[in-house]
Design a protein around this ligand. Structure first.
Ligand code: PLP
Length: 235
């Protein structure tokens, strides 16, 4: 976790986070399908991972539409879930999530969590922003991650890529991978973890960016007949 990000968090929210601890980020609009509260579904399992496997801290962000009661309840459940674990896991819920915070969070954490309900995620651009900053995704295989994911190379998948999986299977898979792969690697094999950070820049950041997208629009949509089409996916 970069110190500038930590300073910003403590200036804005009076919270001290430890730059050495695995920091998991989750920031996006609080829409119900994005399931911001999924990590807290089994609080005791999360507590066990943080206490016995390796410490973690969490940074959340995201506003709900004023008329979206489901979205507002989601935020309440995240804040409630985080409050119940406050003795083991420090969590910040950033207020007024906007592009400035989006930039800070996607460049300031160590792991980008994304667990929408499949197949509802069209893209998930925050994961691409994270990749550009060397922050690997830990994500359900949906939206852009269906193309950007290479297991253990650009990040990690939550569950399989089969649609309509039972949520409880996904939740178990999330904890299993956090407990057995990600947390042990972050603390036990830091060079391997930084290798994944580099691959996320090299393989994801180099491809999932605006320049390539605009070029594809020009070549494949606007000038389709005259120009050579740019391939849709590299990985
Ligand atoms: C990046 C960003 C988004 C989009 O994130 P998704 O992962 O596509 O949901 C939304 N709002 C803000 C402020 C952002 O910075």
């Amino acid at each position: 976790m970069p110190s500038a990000f930590r300073c910003q968090l403590s200036r804005s929210f009076g919270v001290q986070l430890d730059p050495k601890l695995l920091t998991i980020g989750f920031a996006r609009r609080a829409s119900t399908y994005k399931r911001a509260d999924l990590l807290f579904q089994d609080a005791e399992r999360l507590r066990h991972i943080a206490r016995d496997i390796g410490p973690i801290q969490l940074v959340y962000g995201g506003k709900a539409h004023p008329h979206d009661e489901g979205g507002k309840n989601l935020i309440r459940r995240v804040v409630g879930g985080a409050g119940g674990l406050a003795d083991v896991i420090h969590t910040v819920y950033v207020e007024n999530y906007d592009m400035r915070w989006g930039k800070l969070i996607t460049s300031g954490v160590d792991l980008w969590l994304n667990n929408p309900m499949r197949p509802q995620e069209a893209s998930g651009t925050s994961g691409m922003k994270a990749a550009l900053n060397g922050v690997p995704s830990f994500s359900v295989v949906d939206g852009w991650w269906a193309e950007g994911h290479i297991e253990g190379v650009t990040g990690w998948a939550i569950g399989s890529d089969e649609v309509a999986e039972d949520p409880s299977v996904e939740i178990a898979a999330l904890y299993d991978k956090l407990e057995r792969e990600i947390v042990p690697m972050f603390y036990g094999r830091p060079n391997r973890y930084t290798e994944i950070m580099r691959y996320s820049i090299a393989l994801n950041g180099s491809f999932f960016n605006t320049q390539r997208m605009v070029l594809q629009y020009i070549a494949n949509a606007y000038k389709m007949q005259r120009e050579v089409a740019v391939p849709l996916a590299k990985v």
